[in-house]
Design a protein around this ligand. Structure first.
Ligand code: COA
Length: 269
């Protein structure tokens, strides 16, 4: 097996390899250069530091590395089905952990679906430790028409988010979300939605001005979004730290998603 920089492949080739490496996965990973490009930009994935794994001339796996300052993140790691369960994962990840150490990263992060036993085993074997559980929600809030929602920039939500959120909810990720993601404000609450034309509305972030917290402005915003998109359920990926805001989502008639994630970290010596 040899590893080469992902930046040597075209966006189309990377998107196809990404999709094939996540075949038979918990969620569908479509071959979409457009979605792949949006992920690279908003999550600060460095294609120069990301690696394609090859057996001979065949591309068999991919590790995407995101970087912010001295922290790096395994943004995705996958192997095409025929090459899984042969300890290739460790052989791919080991050199990248060494590279992170060599460039002086203070820690590496990742999130893994808790029910993904082979992946959790691999990361624990490589020295990653569990930090916290991340949970998701889905459902249809009771619709409540409101004065029209005002479209705003995702950055308006960014400045209201608290410190210490996981990578995909961090202000730098949310600020980088671009069309088809769109942000809407109702009074003091701002929400960022993924593609608003999709049958399920992905809620990427929601936050309320500090002075108006505990006044259910966020619930009113969710209900107004439901009224603006009748019949379309809302889904929050498993990226929300457990214990942070389940009361809010459950109050808004959403329920826990079946899949949860573990946030894990590795601190190089
Ligand atoms: C997750 C993945 C990268 C692991 O790489 P790999 O090279 O196949 O992993 P390994 O061969 O080292 O196997 C990992 C461990 O899981 C175990 N395992 C494999 N399938 C299993 C199963 N169905 N149930 C329980 N354990 C299983 C293996 O025995 C091994 O255990 P060990 O560490 O105790 O020896 C690879 O399977 C993959 O690409 N999966 C699809 C994409 C994915 O899930 N990516 C991770 C996203 S965070």
């Amino acid at each position: 097996m040899n590893l080469s920089p992902a930046s040597e492949l075209s966006l189309q080739e990377l998107s196809t390899l990404f999709s094939r490496s996540f075949a038979d996965y918990f969620v569908q990973v479509p071959d979409s250069p457009c979605l792949f490009d949006a992920r690279v930009r908003s999550e600060h994935i460095s294609l120069v530091d990301s690696r394609v794994a090859r057996e001979g001339s065949e591309a068999v796996g991919l590790i995407l590395i995101a970087r912010r300052g001295r922290v790096s993140r395994i943004a995705a790691m996958g192997i095409i089905p025929a090459y899984r369960n042969r300890k290739l994962g460790g052989a791919m990840l080991g050199p990248l952990v060494e590279e992170a150490r060599a460039r002086g990263d203070t820690r590496m992060l990742l999130e893994v679906i808790e029910q993904n036993i082979p992946a959790v085993k691999l990361y624990e074997r490589m020295g990653f430790q569990r930090v916290r559980r991340l949970v998701g929600f889905a459902g249809t809030p009771a619709p409540e028409p409101a004065s029209p929602l005002k479209e705003v920039e995702p950055a308006e939500c960014t400045r209201l988010l608290p410190e210490g959120l996981p990578w995909q909810l961090a202000p730098s990720t949310v600020a980088g979300l671009a069309l088809p993601a769109r942000a809407f404000r109702l009074g003091p609450a701002v929400a960022v939605l993924g593609d608003t034309s999709a049958p399920t509305l992905a809620l990427s972030a929601i936050a309320v001005e500090p002075a108006a917290r505990d006044q259910e402005a966020d619930t009113r915003l969710l209900r107004a979004i439901a009224a603006a998109h009748p019949g379309n359920p809302l889904a929050v990926s498993a990226i929300v730290p457990e214990g942070l805001c389940e009361r809010f989502f459950l109050q808004a008639s959403l329920v826990w998603s079946a899949l949860s994630q573990l946030e894990m970290t590795y601190v190089p010596d």
